[in-house]
Write a protein that binds this ligand. Sequence first.
Ligand code: UN1
Length: 477
Amino acid sequence: MDVFKNYINGEWVEGQTETTNVNPSDHSDIVGHYAAGSQSDVLVAVEAAKAAQPLWWNKTPEQRADILDRAGAILLDRASAIGTLLAREEGKALAEAAAEANRAGRIFKYYAAEALRMAGENIASTRPGIDVEITREPLGVIGLITPWNFPIAIPAWKAAPALACGNVVVLKPAGLTPGCAWEMAKALDEAGMPPGVFNLVMGSGGTVGDALLESRDVAAISFTGSVPTGYHIATKCVKSGKKVQMEMGGKNPLVVMDDADLDHTIATCINASFFATGQRCTAASRLIVQDGIYDAFIEKMQTAMKNLRIGHALEDGTQIGPVASVPQLDSNLAYVALARDEGAEVIGGERLNRKTEGNFQAPALFLGAKNDMRVSREEIFGPCASVLRFSDFEEGVAIANDTDFGLSSGICTTSLKHAREYKRRAKAGMVMVNLPTAGVDYHVPFGGTKASSYGSREQGTYAAEFYTHVKTAYVLA
Ligand code: UN1
């Protein structure tokens, strides 16, 4: 079988070693063999990027826009094939996987247009005869370290704004899911990206990731992943003077009020907690339910959970694919056992067998959970949600906000008063009313508070805050 190579300085380059990409729906299906880069591969990529940066920045915004737009068009054209690859390597159900590939194409098209809109400000000086001009400039070489759960959307929403702002990029995708990032590199190559502007170095965090973190020529790191890895990265970035942006975990609450539309709420909670197998930092892992609707809510959730089709990600009708990896499945199952030990009543959560050997797990609810249990405080990153009961709005809001995280926070209610009040008081970067906590638009800011995020927001026009620095010029004519 061929090995998918790294993309360095416009060339496809062999790695030091290689990794085998295995389908989590069927362990006998090998998705492909992918190059794993060495520290020196990273140094070569960073060097090439650094050399290419002035050339890229000296292009007109229109030239940058054209290349990004073409890359977007290529990704949209291949969304179905890339969606199938995504479903095969990550395990996301096919429809969701294809939607993610589509989203990546849209992101490139959006930032193509943003490349034309980079604007500055003119402000009158406090002193006579002086003009003050504020402009944004690229940072230089950006290292991107991306997770396995959105293997094409996240690389796209970091690379596209970085490039639109005139930076050059070295991307290290998750070891588990290199295939989609490889497809993105191919699309950028075919779109006419000049050599060195975008580089892909696949491989491990310990080798490729650390080499990026240690390079003095990398100006900034944008990372999405777990809290411990995030803080490891941030510490190294501070030591080498890099700008850093981190998107990490969530323990997102979804408050269900007595006045909620029950059927809509059930659909919202099933999506928020279990779609994408719960492997979204925006997943709702705490369902906080008011007394009056509690029994009906539990009954209907259980029926809806029984009706969910869990299986091979490529199979027709599958709603929930497998857990992405064996270690993640083991960790989920350990949390299910912990929920019992901590005194919750567990509904579902068991390992499932299907025709193929894969990492299948039934969604789980932890009934009677308390907000101070570990299962209600730690991010599980699987199809598991604590159900917490409350009596009045104040208590619901207090439980929702009582967490170390602050990414997304939701409420289901038909009361304008509750919706409005919740929007104001939720301690999170994103608030959802009658919508799942997960599933966001690409043209508006994304990010959280507390342990969920560090640095400025991703996506939309706000992404420029991270990918540029500001220059203030004073001119006396
Ligand atoms: C979404 O909910 O649409 O890693 C996106 C994650 C997030 C992305 C969530 N950074 O799950």
